[in-house]
Design a protein around this ligand. Structure first.
Ligand SMILES: Cc1ncc(COP(=O)(O)O)c(C=O)c1O
Length: 307
């Protein structure tokens, strides 16, 4: 089958190929044991946003899981740039993954595996489409508890997604788009691929524990003082979320997304609020013009050829 490069390009086993044709060995522990880490960056208007920060975080995650690659950050960077250049995509979702690898026959020793690097880009993925963001999205507080950081360090980007995935099902079952999970003490954590912010009294509040420290969250925390907003990282109870003037979620897959319904009730005015709108537009301005943007050079693959 012929797959156009714009459907996605992958890099695995040391070569580039159409994403639809890329595969990993079935006994790779990344597949059979969720023994993997990854990171996701995005390309907006042909430029990566915070590429080096994503790569740095990816290497940190690998070190936490006792993984290593024969590639350094510069080599990973080059592969990601190549994937996007070969795809021709100007708006892309770009994932880098390290899997533990395949154990020798009869072994279950993770130390005996050679860790493997895989990457791919595909058309941008939105948790909430721009149209959905315009109206604001519906969220539920899930009955599923987020896996505790004491069991799996949530700061390490990982494949332990079953709690988050069941949250997605629950959101759909309850007529919402997304679900936020709580911890064992009833504090808000995060949802499938996103962090959460509550706006109260003109201040931003985002949970500090049992969460992945998202790059979009980091960007919002950096932008806050420029917008005259105070930001507080710390416990956010479900009650505080319900009482918030505004709520938004953040992700590489969609940016800053207004939540206008929570558990079937309007958040604030029931419309995307002014603070959320200000943060949202500052975020996309940053993503388009930040000095930490890296332009993709598409010229070598302008015909869209996939080597
Ligand atoms: C569990 C979880 N929380 C939060 C996020 C948001 O992180 P970022 O802003 O880096 O996309 C993600 C991203 O995939 C995630 O998987």
């Amino acid at each position: 089958m012929n797959h156009p490069p714009s459907d996605g390009i992958a890099y695995t086993g040391g070569r580039y190929l159409p994403l639809a044709e890329a595969s990993i060995p079935m006994t790779d522990r990344g597949f059979v044991r969720s023994d993997a880490t990854y990171d996701v960056a995005h390309v907006h208007q042909g430029r990566f946003f915070r590429l080096d920060d994503h790569i740095e975080r990816f290497f940190w995650s690998m070190s936490q899981l006792r993984m290593s690659l024969p590639l350094d950050a510069a080599a990973v960077r080059e592969i990601l740039l190549q994937c996007v250049a070969r795809s021709g995509l100007r708006e892309a979702y770009v994932q880098m993954t390290c899997t533990r690898g395949v154990p020798p026959p009869g072994s279950r020793d993770p130390r005996a595996c050679t860790n493997r690097f895989h990457a791919f880009c595909q058309p941008f993925v939105w948790i909430a489409t721009p149209q959905q963001q315009e109206a604001g999205i519906a969220m539920v507080v899930s009955r599923v508890q987020r896996i505790p950081a004491a069991s799996v360090d949530t700061r390490v980007k990982n494949f332990h997604w079953l709690d988050l995935t069941m949250g997605i099902f629950e959101a759909y079952d309850r007529g919402a788009l997304v679900a936020v999970l709580v911890d064992g003490q009833g504090q808000v954590t995060e949802g499938a691929g996103f962090n959460v912010f509550a706006v109260a009294g003109g201040q931003l509040h985002t949970p500090g524990h049992n969460v992945f420290e998202g790059m979009t969250r980091r960007t919002v925390l950096e932008l806050a003082p420029h917008l005259g907003l105070q930001a507080r990282v710390g416990p956010v109870s479900v009650v505080a979320l319900q009482a918030a003037d505004e709520v938004f979620i953040t992700s590489t897959a969609g940016g800053v997304m207004p939540v206008t319904r929570l558990d079937g009730h309007a958040v604030g005015s029931g419309r995307p609020g002014p603070v959320t709108r200000a943060v949202q537009s500052a975020y996309w301005q940053r993503a388009a013009s930040d000095p930490r943007c890296t332009a993709v050079d598409y010229t070598a693959f302008e015909a869209g050829a996939c080597a």
